[in-house]
Write a protein that binds this ligand. Structure first.
Ligand code: SAH
Length: 351
């Protein structure tokens, strides 16, 4: 049993069934999710026999940092973590004026197949458990020694393709018995799984939902994202409207600009017509070229012209400050590089 993936109530039920008092669960939850203990050994106010027993009937996840890259430009740090089965995930730590933000992965790999994205090149290895998502935040808190105030689920993976684990993760991350991060400071980014977006709308959460739109017509979107074959933009917009209606939270559109593909004035005009009625904010980001893919980033002037066009149509568009450009490589590249090293060495090499 993966004990760090259990919400307090479930943990209590499990421990009570094993003959423990309820306060034991609270103590243990506190060690795992507030004090961020790296193992049972650190839980010094719990009886030693109890800790030894726990080690026998449950597992305790703790990520190993394999590599840390730090940007000389803005202090952004990129972490590569090894999971217990040898899979790896990337997480990014960004320092902003309003607090520290961590971008976490929700899956090892991804099966969505977006044509510009490195995370999906080798497909999906597996879903991450709630504890493996929490641990990215916990490990970074311990390694930086600084409190995390914002969490964005925008690393490798499609969070809504790992729905149940994502929901447990969000509830535990924002639980007052844990790190108690405000739900308003949690953002989940999706490539647009319509049924799951609708389900998420009904969960009673106050998180921000970001939709990776990247194109304003079905035809263009299908060229960039295979998921567009399954759901039309009209269905997506209906799901966005529903999300807003249920939660009162405005959706953010993510729009990565690829030169000559989706960055014309006409594209901006069509995008405005989608964003306007929903009062969406648009995040613009010049595409990060991936070696295996054939896209070039739009030039700065084109990006500004695109933003101006949106603004003329009264749409708020932010050009995302690219953090850690000197260490970056596109989303998923660091993990890929390391996983291929592992493959080349027959999976035996440890980095
Ligand atoms: N699967 C989720 C979250 C992961 S990707 C989603 O699709 O939203 C986070 C964001 O980065 C998405 O908007 C994604 O489309 C974008 N992205 C991925 N690779 C990129 C690249 N090479 N350049 C620019 N944006 C990229």
């Amino acid at each position: 049993m993966d004990i760090k993936s259990l919400p307090l109530q479930e943990l209590t039920e499990v421990l009570v069934a094993r003959g423990e008092k309820t306060f034991r669960a609270k103590q243990m939850y506190d060690w795992m999710h507030v004090k961020l203990a790296r193992g049972f050994r650190e839980m010094t106010n719990l009886p030693e026999t109890f800790r030894d027993e726990c080690g026998q009937w449950c597992s305790y996840t703790a990520l190993q940092a394999v590599q840390v890259q730090e940007s000389k430009v803005d202090g952004t740090k990129k972490f590569l973590f090894a999971l217990s089965d040898g899979n790896m995930v990337e997480s990014v730590w960004m320092k902003y004026r309003h607090g520290n933000s961590v971008c976490i992965s929700s899956q090892a790999g991804c099966r969505m197949g977006c044509r510009f994205c490195a995370s999906t090149l080798d497909g999906l290895a597996r879903n991450l458990t709630p504890s493996e998502m929490l641990d990215q935040v916990y490990a970074i808190t311990l390694l930086t020694g600084e409190r995390v105030s914002n969490v964005v689920v925008m690393g490798t993976g499609e969070p809504l393709d790992n729905y149940d684990n994502l929901l447990t993760f969000i509830r535990m991350l924002t639980d007052e018995n844990g790190l108690h991060i405000s739900q308003r400071n949690v953002t989940v980014s999706t490539c647009g799984l319509v049924p799951e977006m609708r389900r998420l709308a009904q969960e009673g959460l106050q998180i921000t939902l970001a939709l990776s739109l990247h194109a304003a017509t079905d035809e263009k979107r299908r060229k960039l994202m295979p998921i567009a074959e399954r759901y039309s933009i009209a269905e997506l917009m209906e799901a966005c409207r529903y999300y807003f209606q249920c939660t009162g939270r405005r959706i953010t559109f993510e729009y990565s600009l690829a030169e000559g593909v989706n960055d014309s004035d006409e594209d901006a005009e069509l995008l405005s017509r989608l964003a306007g009625p929903l009062h969406c904010h648009v995040n613009l980001i010049p595409i990060n070229p991936v070696r295996e893919r054939n896209f070039s980033r739009s030039e700065a002037g084109r990006v500004r012209a695109f933003q101006n066009k949106l603004e003329k149509n009264k749409i708020n568009g932010t050009i995302r400050r690219e953090m850690g450009r000197d260490i970056d490589g596109a989303c998923g590249q660091l993990r890929r590089k390391h996983m291929s090293v592992l493959r080349d060495f027959g999976g035996k090499e440890t980095c």
